[in-house]
Design a protein around this ligand. Structure first.
Ligand SMILES: [Zn+2]
Length: 355
């Protein structure tokens, strides 16, 4: 079954982790054997071949670059201009992958329909993977004119915040509302017809964003606070509000967001028993709140700063996303609902918002 992954930091892997996703996964891992600069070295799950093997024919792929003010302890660029330049490097990588025939950018309904109509029903996927460009954390937008430029380059979704305090929104582990600049950003996104990604907004910024934005909202990679308590996760009330707004919510695969027993840097997926079943627990929680299966999707975030040491134990590579439909079916989900979660909901959402 064809699968959409609504959150992958592909260009971050290419430029910050120095991973060549055009190479086989074993080779990508092998070349990191001696590296110790990041905790997930040698444990990546992503390559274009693995995406194709898992029938992930469409994804939402990010640009990501934080600006860290002097009082911000998180890693980040010292100026917004540097962050902007980073995203432009990331864009250049996406363009290079388009030139190689690995990726094709999907920026409107016609391109989406073309991409889906060209699917080989037998499941063979030896063709460019469709990607919708998204910005995770908006710090890199030096001015609103930069957003307009980014839109012209195909940017279609923006998550105003990421971790910590941001220029336009307060993110995970931070607090506070959007402020004047954040509200201006949302107005401009609305004018351009861009999607608001509610993932990573802290509770106050979430409230402020939903109050001030009238366009399409999704949450690309967010799990349930009722199952794993943390401000990074959505409360049932927030999930209910997102559903009322027509949102689709992507289930994320980062182990600490899946199982409450996870201790970062200590736990292993095997010891805690985090598996794809645990991912389905979060998908099911959203579906139970909705009363239907129309608001769930997959936003794995695989290799988004973590690898096999911190993802479901039964995920060797991203190709294992293709095992989710059978797990959903075993839980009693009807075929049409399984297809909706695997791809149908996000495709419907995009068609509606690009009308
Ligand atoms: Zn994220």
């Amino acid at each position: 079954m064809f699968i959409v992954d609504a959150h992958l930091d592909l260009s971050m892997n290419a430029l910050e982790w120095n991973r060549d996703l055009t190479r086989p996964i074993d080779e990508i891992r092998a070349r990191e054997r001696l590296l110790t600069d990041k905790p997930d070295r040698g444990r990546g799950t992503l390559s274009f071949a693995e995406m194709r093997r898992g029938s992930i024919e469409l994804c939402v792929a990010t640009q990501i670059a934080r600006y860290a003010a002097a009082d911000n302890p998180l890693p980040g660029w010292r100026s917004q201009e540097q962050a902007w330049a980073m995203t432009q490097g990331q864009l250049a990588w996406y363009r290079a992958m388009e030139a190689r025939g690995e990726l094709v950018q999907i920026r409107d309904r016609a391109a989406l329909d073309r991409h889906l109509d060209a699917r080989d029903p037998s499941g063979a996927a030896d063709r460019p993977i469709g990607y919708i460009l998204s910005l995770e954390g908006a710090d890199s937008l030096v001015t609103l004119a930069h957003l307009e430029r980014a839109y012209a380059d195909g940017l279609r979704a923006v998550g105003p915040g990421h971790y910590g305090p941001g220029v336009y929104a307060q993110g995970t582990n931070a607090s506070g509302d959007l402020g004047v600049r954040g509200r201006e950003l949302l107005r401009e996104m609305e004018r351009l017809g861009m999607i608001l990604d509610a993932t990573h907004l802290c509770d106050e910024s979430f409230r402020d964003a939903l109050d001030h934005f009238r366009g399409a909202v999704w949450a690309s990679h967010s799990n349930c606070r009722a199952l794993v308590p943390h401000n990074r996760q959505f409360s049932d009330e927030q999930i209910r509000e997102l559903i009322q707004r027509g949102a689709v919510i992507g289930a994320a695969f980062d182990a600490w967001m899946l199982a409450p027993a996870w201790v970062r840097g200590e736990s292993t997926p095997e010891a805690v028993g985090v598996t794809l079943e645990t991912v389905v627990d979060h998908i099911d929680h959203v579906c139970q709140i909705a009363g239907n299966a129309r608001h769930s999707m997959i936003g794995s975030d695989l290799d988004g700063g973590f690898g096999r040491e911190q993802c479901p134990a039964d995920v060797q590579t991203i190709a294992d996303l293709s095992r989710l439909p059978a797990i959903l079916a075993a839980r009693g989900y009807r075929d049409e609902d399984v297809a909706a979660i695997a791809h149908g909901n996000v495709v419907r959402f995009l068609r509606d918002s690009w009308n």
